[in-house]
Write a protein that binds this ligand. Structure first.
Ligand code: HEC
Length: 170
């Protein structure tokens, strides 16, 4: 009985000592506790979104196939498409590129380093539809934001068709 009592106290003391030591070593001796919030295919803040599975394409179709150059415009530039494009332009582009698309939007004075491009200019209008599409999709690094999350693929082509109508106005 005495032995049992002694054993109890010894193991208790050792246990407490070990616990205290562990407290200070928690950063050194890492115990991989099971924490279920982590065991799931999600991503944590500050992590990049999970890449899409290989060989998968968005439901809207491939936007541009790497190495294949600028995509072809699949949307007929009819009145409906141009009207939609004009509306989307007013919402997504006008604050920078301006109502007349000359680069004088209400935000333009605050863009000090790089002014929004004049979209009626020969420089912009000489670009292919696909090139304009990619500019809207990817933005211009450090100058213009990528708008692929604001506009669906079809909407981007509508905006391109609208931009094309600005050429004649020049
Ligand atoms: C936050 C402001 C901003 C918004 C919003 C914006 N742009 Fe731009 N855009 C810029 C700036 C700044 C440049 C000039 C980049 C440079 O100096 O090359 C530019 C350049 C361009 C160019 C010329 C690219 C080139 O290669 O010369 C096109 C085309 C264009 N924008 C179209 C659009 C369209 C269409 C939208 C809306 C769907 C849009 N932008 C929205 C700021 C903006």
């Amino acid at each position: 009985m005495k032995l049992l009592k002694q054993l109890f106290w010894v193991s208790l003391t050792l246990g407490i000592l070990l616990g205290v030591v562990e407290l200070f070593l928690y950063d050194v001796v890492k115990i991989d506790w099971v924490s279920f919030m982590e065991i799931q295919p999600s991503y944590r803040p500050m992590e990049d979104p999970l890449p899409p599975p290989s060989r998968s394409i968005p439901i809207e179709g491939a936007i541009a196939i790497p190495g294949m150059g600028a995509p072809e415009n699949p949307t007929l530039a009819d009145q409906a498409s141009v009207t939609r494009g004009a509306e989307l332009y007013a919402i997504n582009c006008q604050m920078c590129h301006g109502q007349a698309a000359d680069g004088n939007g209400s935000v333009a004075p605050f863009l000090i380093q790089f002014k929004p491009a004049n979209l009626t200019s020969a420089v912009v209008q000489s670009k292919s539809d696909g090139s304009l599409f990619l500019t809207i999709t990817n933005g211009v690094d450090g100058r213009m934001p990528a708008l692929n999350e604001n506009l669906t693929v079809a909407e981007r082509w509508d905006v391109v068709n609208f931009l094309r109508t600005l050429k004649k106005a020049e």
